[in-house]
Design a protein around this ligand. Structure first.
Ligand code: FE
Length: 339
């Protein structure tokens, strides 16, 4: 009996020790490159005394890791890109809702989960890029109009396996319905200049190299090409111009990078503090500019490159809806022959 009590005391002591040791920490799994978030986390530590342990990796690998680790995961927070992926994390059961008046007042309703499982931290748009001198912007109007036969053999876009395209198609299902989206997708695919390959930057490079006249890409890729050190990438990006589609109806397709608290989070309070810090003016400005994304906070300015593309109307569809429609979008793209 005495032995048992001693053991119990020891265990209790050990658990208090661990919780003390944990009390000034928060553990973050991030699908974003370390350089694009680390300085911000260091600033957070300076201000609050809370140490952030950062693990970076590919989005799908980190989600798999959260699933494998289950209740034993050290992660308190998960950062990933695209509402489709954030929704997948919620569906997989690795996130829990976080109710924070600060988060819900800063992050517009369409850029966060309706049940508070995740919040957008930055926005990206997926507009049309056209080769200067080869396309008159007067010829452009909407994503739908890219199905017109005048674009036959002139469009570059990556594969249907890519979440950004899945979310774009999901946004069309949400806005114009599945039947119209499917008819569109078939005609759009028939206009491809080549079987889809490579990432968004590769589509811009292909357009600049004369393989196509239209490319679809996320804004931050082109902004990074324009501002980066690689002269070839810079030249390629300079060969294209941005066109904001659907400005007279629903607006251009946008998406987010976002954050959610893991269902197994042990440092809840610190995690909420970090989430709220990430939507502060200072953090929004740094994070958006370092990533060449649009802040989710309206009052905060975007980078000079993004500002040079002007104001635009964005599709206001709830991004969580795109997550719900993801499977439908994938099947539809498959039926349309989108490789
Ligand atoms: Fe990306």
């Amino acid at each position: 009996m005495r032995m048992k009590i001693t053991m119990l005391m020891l265990l209790l002591f050990a658990s208090i020790q661990t919780s003390w040791a944990d009390s000034d920490e928060v553990n973050l799994y991030s699908a974003r490159k370390e350089a694009l978030i680390k300085p911000l986390l260091e600033e957070f530590t300076l201000e609050t005394g809370i140490k952030v342990n950062l693990v970076t990796g590919k989005a799908s690998a980190l989600l798999q890791r959260l699933l494998t680790e289950g209740r034993n995961t050290p992660a308190d927070l998960f950062i990933t890109t695209d509402a489709g992926r954030l929704h997948r994390a919620r569906e997989a059961g690795v996130l829990q809702p976080v109710l924070s008046p600060q988060l819900s007042s800063v992050v517009p309703a369409n850029l966060r989960d309706a049940d508070a499982y995740w919040y957008g931290l930055s926005q990206r748009a997926r507009p049309i890029f056209y080769v200067k001198g080869k396309v008159d912007p007067q010829q452009l109007s909407t994503y739908e109009a890219l199905a017109d036969s005048q674009w036959k053999g002139r469009i570059c876009i990556r594969s249907s396996g890519n979440i950004y395209n899945q979310s774009l198609v999901a946004s069309m299902i949400a806005n114009i319905g599945e039947t119209k989206t499917e008819a569109w997708a078939k005609a759009f695919v028939a206009n491809f200049a080549r079987p889809p390959k490579g990432g968004d930057k590769d589509q811009i490079k292909a357009a600049a190299a004369g393989r196509c006249d239209i490319a679809i890409a996320n804004t931050y890729y082109v902004a990074k090409m324009l501002t980066g050190k690689d002269q070839d990438l810079k030249k390629a990006a300079e060969a294209v111009a941005l066109f904001w589609p659907n400005q007279s109806d629903r607006g251009a397709h946008i998406n987010v990078s976002g954050i959610g608290m893991t269902s197994a989070a042990k440092n809840r309070e610190n995690a909420i503090k970090l989430m709220e810090y990430l939507v502060s003016d200072k953090a929004q400005q740094w994070y958006a500019q370092a990533n060449q994304e649009y802040p989710v906070k309206k009052a905060v300015q975007a980078s000079p490159t993004l500002q040079s593309w002007g104001e635009f109307k964005s599709d206001g569809v709830a991004l969580s809806r795109l997550g719900e429609l993801n499977a439908d979008a994938v099947r539809l793209m498959d039926r349309a022959g989108w490789k």
